[in-house]
Ligand binder design. Structure first.
Ligand code: NDP
Ligand code: 8X3
Length: 252
């Protein structure tokens, strides 16, 4: 029988690639995000590629009521979630802290930290009840070290790092696996969002070296969710070969 995976932020980048990859590997997938038409496009693509099932939930992870309603609305056959991929997230702005934009900070904290918590709080009781499940939190190299202008984004990803560690301890007694995947630079819509639609600026982030792609992270997620019952991958840091950490990158 297929397992059920719920992926937040499935409309783009890492979440989109993960949804397709899991659906090609014996998962029925619940794909979620705010942009409904992109979820519908993805649903069509998945259905064309795989025999496995797909279900759309269209909501904003920052809104606790929407999160609760979305999960409550799942038909019985979709309720038994086995894998939660907390992927929805973003960076907005790149400023020194004294010039930071409060609204940017709130968007990052509300999405990357509070959204992840709302999702986890709603889905975890499903897993604790059956003493089985796996949570994958998408952190970042930005959650391992801070970099200039990254201040609040790095803070949210450090929070994801700490929350992941705490989750693993608290959920140990329930036999729930908790994994953090911490990517370096992945070419997705991430920089377009960070630079508020400035495509030229976003493209320049990935010039001169080969970055990671969403598929590289999807492959890692597939690996961690297909380990044997007794194996839990706790923490993975994945960078492009041209990148050592948040600071060091070489031109090719
Ligand atoms: P994308 O911008 O391509 O994708 C982000 C996804 O998050 C979209 O599907 C978006 O969907 C969703 N999302 C954003 N805000 C919300 C919200 N409020 N409610 C629901 N969904 C939301 O970026 P990536 O794929 O790169 O990012 C995915 C994760 O990976 C993020 O957590 C990011 O921090 C992390 N990461 C990214 C790295 C990179 O270099 N790209 C490196 C390290 C980590 P929609 O807009 O439709 O709601
Ligand atoms: C995204 C990677 O280096 O832009 O988390 O912070 S970075």
């Amino acid at each position: 029988m297929n397992r059920i995976a719920l992926i937040t932020g499935a409309t783009s980048g890492i979440g989109r690639a993960t949804s397709i990859t899991l659906s090609e590997n014996n998962f029925d997938v619940i794909i979620t995000g705010r942009r409904k038409e992109l979820l519908e496009d993805l649903e069509k693509e998945i259905m064309a590629k795989s025999l496995n099932k797909v279900y759309i939930l269209n909501f904003d992870v920052r809104n606790k009521e929407e999160v609760d309603q979305a999960i409550d609305s799942l038909p019985t056959e979709w309720k038994d979630i086995d894998v939660l991929v907390n992927n929805a997230g973003l960076a907005v702005g790149l400023n020194h802290i004294d010039e930071g934009v409060i609204d940017d900070w709130e968007r990052m904290i509300d999405t990357n930290v509070k959204g992840l918590l709302y999702m986890s709080r709603k889905v975890l009781p499903i897993m604790t009840a059956k003493k089985n499940g796996h949570v994958i939190n998408i952190g970042s190299t930005a959650g391992k070290e801070a970099y200039e202008n990254g201040n609040v984004y790095c803070g949210t990803k450090h929070a994801v790092d700490a929350i992941t560690k705490g989750m693993r301890i608290d959920l140990l007694q329930h036999k729930i696996k908790v994994t953090a995947i911490n990517p370096g630079m992945v070419e997705t819509e991430f920089s377009i969002v960070r630079f508020k639609g400035d495509k030229e600026k976003a493209d320049s982030v990935y010039k001169g070296f080969t970055p990671l792609y969403g598929q590289d992270i999807a492959d890692a997620i597939l690996y961690v969710v297909t380990r044997p019952e007794h194996v839990c991958i706790n923490d993975m840091i994945i960078t492009a070969t041209a990148q050592a950490n948040s600071f060091y990158k070489v031109a090719e």
